[in-house]
Ligand binder design. Structure first.
Ligand code: HMH
Length: 216
């Protein structure tokens, strides 16, 4: 069994709740209120800017130029997607460039940045994997089951697309290779990081669905 199969099995209950979450169900049906999608897009633009930094820092830990290049490519892509959001959705929906991270976005981005800075390469890679893999699975699921026409078609196409699929496969391969030569202790930390980041993926969607605000 591949290590990533083990990760998938461990986090399956979390993934199932993500797929069933009303945000993703309504996105699939095309009935998600625009206000929630706009909230999500703005928070995601803040997320992507920090995700790019975490990817670059993780790549710098790899110790080989091949994987450094892979991670710098992922980081570049996150920045380009963030810019594309501004050019498309921000314009189309008149999203304002103001406002801070909601608690869910804050928790997730700070977790990724702190793991990439303070944990090993192996653990950082495992923490970053759900961002790739869960989005691909959710994108494919929505694409296959969506009601069309769907007002959120561009978003759905981006994450079910082949290009994103290649990046996901690269990240999976790197994670499997690292796990093969990792100690049991490191593998355990990788599983925990993968689970925590998966939970934070759930939190991120839920935060958008609730239009989450700071309590004080
Ligand atoms: C919260 C979140 N996770 C993952 C992705 C995919 O990169 C994204 N755009 N946003």
């Amino acid at each position: 069994m591949k290590f990533t199969d083990l990760l998938w099995a461990n986090a399956l209950p979390i993934y199932e709740q993500i797929q069933l979450h009303p945000f993703n169900q309504e996105l699939k049906e095309g009935t998600l209120p625009l206000e929630k999608f706009k909230f999500y897009i703005y928070q995601d633009s803040l997320y992507l800017a920090d995700f790019a930094k975490a990817l670059a820092v993780t790549g710098a830990k790899s110790g080989n130029s091949h994987e450094l290049l892979d991670f710098l490519g992922f980081a570049q892509n996150a920045i380009l997607v963030e810019r594309a959001l501004h050019l498309s959705y921000f314009k189309e929906y008149n999203i304002e460039h103001a406002g801070e991270k909601a608690p869910g976005c804050f928790a997730y981005t700070n977790y990724l940045m702190s793991v990439s800075a303070f944990e090993s390469y192996e653990v950082a890679v495992a923490a970053l994997l759900p961002c790739f893999w869960i989005y691909k699975k959710v994108g494919d699921y929505i694409y296959a089951n969506q009601i069309s026409p769907n007002p959120y078609q561009n978003w759905i196409n981006a994450y079910s697309g082949e290009e994103f699929g290649h990046s996901v496969q690269k990240a999976l391969d790197i994670c499997d290779r690292l796990a093969e030569s990792a100690t049991d202790n490191v593998r355990q930390k990788m599983i925990e990081a993968y689970l925590t980041a998966s939970r934070l993926e759930y939190v991120f969607w839920d935060s958008a669905y609730q239009l989450e605000q700071w309590a004080v």
